[in-house]
Design a protein around this ligand. Structure first.
Ligand code: TPP
Ligand code: MG
Length: 594
């Protein structure tokens, strides 16, 4: 007797018919990784994932962590991971990651379990209003009814199709499927009746998605780019700013070299660290802009901004004050990226296509005095910073950023936490290291979920991640260290015993500064490393740090390296480094002309 191999329709009951169809369709669409937290109402989703041979479940107890891990996965792959939770406050714990995914355009698929209608608003246990709970922070939302034999599962399939489409269609972002389930939640046999359309039956026997969706390739707005090209044709004093990008853009690099406009790369632009073929990159622009006189003499007449946000406050203020008559933002996102209201052209186009089109329409240039001035400044500052670090030989926060950027292994992902780590990595990172990818949650710049985000990046890449973060950020997401078991992440925590960033704000002059803003915790993380089975080291010198980092990278497991620093001294050191940069910029050097 020949029986066909089991299909998603071979389910114990209608609930499982639906969730098996849902998971099968997601897997066929390439959503194969699910971050799952424990719960009862979500049983039909969890079991359907557990049963699927091509679905991978990553289990963790904290929904805030699983949501951030799914966010990290989406950042690293450009595809959504599934986030599975039970009902109630578990769902609400997804909000921080959803906000970040929305703000920074990261695909994320939220699958939340809910009670059936007769239990809503009745005081039933663990029941809250989950409908549209994420508000405008999701690209799309569907409140799926209780699985029913009266509804053809084709409904479930096209809902999955639509959900995935809306996570990846620009602007990418989170999508929420709220799934009502009625008991029994377990796969108890109750042969589902009801008709299943021939289309669904044929889908079940095959291996293709029920519906394929095509995401439109953004047309290049040729007329506006043509006009833009004409406006910049004669501009020598132009700058190219590169904000957050998923991957390096050779087209942007080519355009910068073609126009001889200095390229100012954000730390998350994938152009700031690692080799660059063209000399126009000004990696140390944030340090350079410490010099008011340099800034005053180098106000641009035009700026082309490619990609998302840029970390540097100095750059923002410099461009705000320079107020160039032409400032264009080119990115595949219609949302405003202009806190100072200075943007004159918003071009909704893919970064590569936009840069390519401009390159074709503008005449190329040889080196100009303008580009030489920026490159000379970059070289002088690089030299000054290298010397400053070498001479001091103490393990400071800026030095850790600098050392790490030089030693990240090729192909590594570098995840940087909000607050000073991302700023220091941007300002002091050395551009001469290996090619790496850099990720940071700078959409909404929270210090939450940083460890989980790195864990999600590691899941996507099978390891090879270094995470640099502050002590409060680590404390905030401590339980996510449990997520680092499967794929190695080297965690470097800068423990300055509180929020070092507040020393850079005017509140430091006021009496309530300490402890209300700094919030010192007086702890080391040694015991936490023990609790989560992570090898631990607390290097005290640059050499010891390099050794510890090297052996952590070489090992197959995650590790925690703790660097102790002092907030007051850190603030002073930043001022001293600024002064050294300024003096290097003002002191002509013999080999300036190269
Ligand atoms: C979720 C969240 N809560 C609060 C803040 C405000 N905040 C910004 S930086 C910071 C201090 C971070 O301290 P730490 O991680 O130790 O980094 P450091 O400032 O010492 O570099 C805080 C509380 C935030 N950005 N996100
Ligand atoms: Mg700190």
């Amino acid at each position: 007797m020949s029986r066909h191999p089991p299909t998603p329709l071979d389910a114990e009951n209608v609930t499982y018919r639906w969730t098996q169809c849902l998971v099968e369709e997601l897997v066929r669409l390439g959503v194969t990784t699910f971050f799952v937290a424990p719960g009862s109402r979500s049983t039909p989703l969890t079991v359907a994932v557990a049963r699927h041979s091509k679905a991978r479940a990553i289990l963790h107890i904290d929904e805030r962590g699983t949501a951030f891990a799914a966010l990290g996965y989406g950042r690293a792959t450009g595809r959504p991971a599934g986030w599975i939770t039970t009902s109630g406050t578990a769902v609400a714990n997804g909000l921080p990651a959803v906000v970040e995914a929305h703000t920074d355009g990261v695909p994320l698929l939220l699958l939340t379990a809910d009670r059936p209608p007769e239990l809503r608003d009745t005081g039933a246990n663990q029941t809250i209003d989950q409908v549209k709970i994420f508000g405008d922070y999701v690209r799309w939302h569907a409140d799926l009814p209780v699985p029913s034999e009266e509804i053809d599962p084709a409904y479930v399939l096209t809902t999955a199709d639509q959900a995935v489409l809306r996570t990846v269609r620009r602007p990418r972002g989170p999508v929420h499927l709220n799934c009502m389930f009625r008991k029994p939640l377990e796969p108890v046999a109750d042969d589902p009746a009801g008709t299943v359309s021939e289309m669904v039956q044929s889908w079940a026997r095959g291996d293709r998605p029920f519906r394929t969706s095509s995401v439109p390739r953004l047309a290049v707005p040729s007329a506006s780019l043509h006009a833009l090209a004409a406006e910049i044709e004669d501009v020598e004093r132009g700058l190219i700013v590169v904000g957050r990008l998923d991957a390096p853009s050779p087209a942007v690099r080519r355009l910068a070299a073609h126009l001889q406009w200095p390229l100012l790369p954000d730390i998350t632009s994938q152009h700031r660290l690692g080799p660059s073929a063209e000399a126009v990159r000004v990696a140390y622009h944030d340090a350079i802009l410490a010099s008011d006189s340099f800034a005053a003499q180098h106000a641009p007449e035009a700026v082309l901004h490619f990609g998302g946000r840029h970390v540097s406050k100095r750059l923002r203020l410099f461009l705000r004050d320079a107020a160039p008559p032409l400032r264009a933002v080119v990115r595949p996102d219609p949302r405003r990226l202009d806190p100072d209201h200075r943007v004159t052209h918003q071009v909704e186009a893919s970064v590569d296509a936009g840069a390519d089109a401009l390159c074709k329409q503008c005449s190329g240039r040889d080196r100009t005095a303008w580009s030489t001035a920026w490159q000379t400044a970059d070289r002088r500052v690089a030299r000054a910073l290298h010397a400053a670090f070498r001479d001091r030989e103490t393990l400071t926060e800026p030095y850790v950023s600098h050392l790490l950027s030089q030693r990240l292994p090729s192909g590594h992902a570098f995840v940087v936490g909000s607050s000073m780590p991302v700023r220091d990595a941007h300002r002091f990172g050395a551009p001469e290291g290996e090619p790496v990818r850099v990720y940071a949650n700078r959409g909404a710049s929270g210090i939450d979920g940083t460890v989980a985000t790195a864990a999600g990046v590691a899941q996507a890449r099978g390891g090879s991640v270094t995470l640099l973060l502050g002590d409060l950020a680590l404390g905030h997401d401590l339980n996510s260290l449990a997520l680092l078991q499967e794929h190695p992440v080297v965690v470097v925590v800068l423990n300055n015993d509180g929020g070092g960033i507040f020393h850079f704000l005017p509140i430091r002059e006021h009496e309530s500064f300490d402890p209300y803003f700094t919030t010192p915790q007086g702890r080391t993380f040694r015991a936490a490393a023990d609790l989560f089975d992570l090898p631990y080291a607390q290097p005290e010198t640059p050499d010891a740090f390099i050794d510890a980092y090297r052996s952590a990278c070489a090992s197959e497991t995650s590790a925690l390296l703790e660097v102790r620093t002092e907030r007051d001294r850190n603030r002073t050191l930043h001022d001293v480094l600024d002064a050294e940069v300024i003096s290097a910029l003002e002191r002509p050097e013999a080999d300036d002309e190269v």
